[in-house]
Design a binder for this molecule. Sequence first.
Ligand code: OGA
Ligand code: NI
Length: 321
Amino acid sequence: MEHLVSSWCNGRSLPESYILPPGKRPGKLTVPLANNIPVIDLGGHDQTDVINHGVPSNLMDEAMSVFKEFHALFAKDKAIETSKDPNKSCYFYTSSPNYATEKFHFWRDGLVHHCNPLEKYIQFWPERPPRYREVVGPYTAEVRKLGFRILEFTSQGLGISPDHFSSGLSENQTLLVNHYPPCPDPSLTLGVGKHRDPGGINILLQSDVYGLQVFKDEEWVGVEPIPYAFVINIGYPLQIISNGKLKGAEHRVVTNSNVARTIASLFFNPSSETLVEPAKALIDASNPALYKSLTYKDFLSKYIAASSDSKALEEVLSTTL
Ligand code: OGA
Ligand code: NI
């Protein structure tokens, strides 16, 4: 656990292992803020409403507080609180789950745990801070409802069955709570490198600290936190299921030298044996499948093998390249 970023970062300069190769560094630190990310208001009549999303604002505040309190624990306590399940449905890492083998590290600590079914997994969640389970249980339950509404609207928009995502394709709901401590040199490292998420959708709660950037039209743009709004991110599997109609957004996280940033993402991932493939209703003679069908397990191994090389991954998954 001695490699926890938050346990040693205070007052030190950036260790060599966190300095990214020149081509992967953030480059220009000030990028334009995005001004055309659609803000969807789920409170209106026409289902395009993701403010007024139904998750109570006090629950969002409380969840963010316990996530920050968790990351403020001593490293040895974080280790204890994340090793309750021998099958490792709850775990903790610095940089990425491949810390031991990766060539360079990213400036983040991450807590991960499964959330579905809640009754099965909650016993393995942290018990410190003391309110963790009491707050995060209802939080994930509310965000789950929101996720299913969004997936239903997504199906409607694509013209596929409204329950297309209701079982295997979204069964594996996993919470990732990232913490990015203040960084000695944000120009040389990143919190998370450029990637597309490996899940279906991701419902992301940001603290009020900026750090998320999206790669759009060959340019990085910043996604400023909007109070009580969620960021909805489309992952690669949804790109496959929609046969390319929806695009997984490429994004990364920059650090800053002043304040820590905490976020919580609920990922709606397929279960391991579920087939990830273009929806049959979107395929016909004039619209051939652009992607191969793969179990989610096989998709993930290809995703991991391609590392963050999106061209290499596209080549492996595409039927046409
Ligand atoms: C991630 C990620 C975004 C953020 O962990 O996959 O993209 O804002 N995090 O921290
Ligand atoms: Ni991501």
